[in-house]
Design a protein around this ligand. Structure first.
Ligand SMILES: Cc1cc2nc3c(=O)[nH]c(=O)nc-3n(C[C@H](O)[C@H](O)[C@H](O)COP(=O)(O)OP(=O)(O)OC[C@H]3O[C@@H](n4cnc5c(N)ncnc54)[C@H](O)[C@@H]3O)c2cc1C
Length: 465
């Protein structure tokens, strides 16, 4: 199959097509460079052209034309993914959904929206009805809802609502296939798993229906502790207080706050372990009582009453993967891991990993609810030396029982649970028979016998110049 780029571009010339090389290159990149491993492999990747459809009918046209001319299509929301999800590994077309951003309907408890809507714009529209989205990636200001569902996992709000994959957090997805005659399908229930967190490898989401929660003017806070495990326990116990509503509880091992959080640094010292919180205003009385019972913790900032000369900005922009971003800006040798510290061993495992690796690996924990239990997602900061050492650190975590979602790999399987998701594979066979959607991201499609004993390298990846 040789893609006929010229013919595809000519057939789509009445749509918005990006011609400038610099813009094509910019829209061919996401945040893969968070990982030195991916940076080494993907830095040269570039699409042949970028098209920005305005309607579902135009999405169908792009898919139909690219199918006819064997051109790969990689969909782009805002390109903030950091597993290289949106990188067009073998070139072809990047389909940018920036214009498909309409909020279609808002009802009590649910919203229907186009995929290119920014999370912040979606929240603003829902706020007008006294509602908000249950959870968002910390890239709320820049990322799209379609990209969050196809490439993300959870984030701010997951301490209460769990992850995107949990039943009830997505109601319906409308999906377009890449066939000679693309079909439009509506997925609910079990069918949602076919395309959510599938990196756009087996269908394009053109409409999203998600549940909403009541909107609050969240009080954002920083709490300081002198002992790391005290800080971890504080966050866990707070999340377990049934009467206190929270949206975020993040824990940062010292000296993260002092070294990497510029506006927080004047208010902490090298040994301060920091907790970032979002608490509903009506829960503040309960929270302050909870705090008073724990003399190990000091409230150093609250957004509704503070005298810091420079306010820190949104507290959630210190958490989730923003922690890594802040650290990287100060020390480019920092990279990260994504760890699951599962209930009931989460605290013990965190302590064990910290004893084994600190300060080469600094703990950054996010409180997460899974199956009704409070546990931690770890987005540990790693001082990178070599790929071998990084692999060794990962293996030692896994051996100890701390599951790793490896952010130094660009395939669905390696960034996930290292296994084939059969539902996604079966749907790809049906919906993308030529294998043109985001090629190279699903090992099960390319190489069903892959043994997962080394990093997968997509054979048709563009050669570096
Ligand atoms: C600083 C920082 C913090 C982050 N924090 C979080 C976090 O808290 N939680 C989290 O889950 N992630 C996080 N991420 C990763 C990423 O920002 C989020 O997952 C984000 O929601 C992705 O949205 P996007 O619009 O940028 O998607 P993109 O990066 O454009 O796309 C993501 C994937 O989805 C596919 N895709 C996009 N739109 C569609 C569509 N309509 N149909 C089918 N496939 C599609 C793309 O092809 C790609 O594979 C973070 C990243 C950074 C850089």
């Amino acid at each position: 199959m040789t893609p006929n780029i010229t013919a595809a571009k000519a057939a789509l010339s009445h749509l918005e097509i990006e011609e400038k090389d610099t813009a094509i290159r910019a829209k061919s990149r996401d945040f893969f460079w968070y990982s030195p491993v991916l940076k080494d492999r993907l830095d040269h990747i570039v699409a042949d052209f970028v098209v920005s459809p305005r309607t579902e009918a135009e999405v169908i046209e792009v898919l139909k034309v690219c199918y006819a001319h064997d051109v790969p299509v990689t969909t782009r929301g805002a390109g903030t993914g950091n597993y290289g999800q949106a990188m067009p590994l073998s070139g072809g077309c990047v389909m940018h959904l920036t214009h498909m951003n309409a909020v279609k309907e808002i009802h009590p408890g649910r919203v229907i929206v186009e995929p290119g809507c920014l999370l912040k714009d979606l929240d603003a529209a829902c706020n007008e009805t006294g509602q908000e989205i249950r959870m968002f990636s910390s890239t709320w200001a820049t990322a799209t809802i379609g990209g969050f569902i196809a490439g993300g996992s959870g984030g701010v709000g997951s301490c209460t609502w769990g992850s995107l994959r949990d039943l009830g957090n997505i109601i319906r997805l409308r999906v377009v296939t890449m066939e000679e005659e693309p079909r439009i399908l509506d997925f609910r229930g079990e069918e949602l798993a076919r395309v959510s967190h599938a990196y756009g490898t087996n269908g394009i989401i053109t409409q999203v229906e998600i549940p909403l929660a009541p909107a609050y003017d969240w009080v954002e806070m920083f709490v300081a502790c002198d002992d790391f495990m005290d800080a971890a326990r504080f966050a866990e116990e707070l999340a377990n207080e049934d009467g206190i509503l929270i949206k975020l509880a993040s824990v940062f091992e010292a000296p993260t706050a002092k070294d990497y959080f510029q506006r927080v640094a004047p208010h902490v010292d090298d040994g301060t372990h920091l907790i970032a919180l979002m608490v509903a205003p009506q829960s503040m009385d309960g929270f302050l009582t909870f705090l008073a019972r724990r003399p190990v913790a000091r409230l150093i900032y609250r957004s509704d009453d503070n005298d810091w000369p420079r306010t820190p900005g949104a507290v959630f922009e210190y958490g989730w993967n923003h922690t890594t971003l802040r650290a990287l800006k100060v020390d480019p040798s920092i990279t990260y891991l994504q760890v699951r510290y599962g209930f009931p061993d989460h605290l013990k495992l965190v302590e064990q990993m910290r004893d084994q690796f600190s300060p080469e690996v600094l703990q950054h924990l996010e409180v997460l609810r899974e199956n009704g239990k409070v546990m931690f997602a770890g987005l540990s900061l790693v001082k990178f030396t070599t790929e071998d050492r990084l692999d060794e650190i990962i293996k030692l975590h896994e051996d100890a029982g701390a599951m790793i979602f490896n952010p130094h790999r660009y395939t669905l399987e390696e960034g996930g649970r290292q296994t084939v998701d059969d539902r996604q594979l079966q749907f790809k066979k049906e919906a993308d028979p030529k294998g043109l959607l985001n090629p190279g991201k699903m090992i099960a499609w390319d190489d069903p016998d892959w043994a997962y004993d080394q990093m997968y390298s997509y054979p048709k990846i563009q050669a570096a110049e």
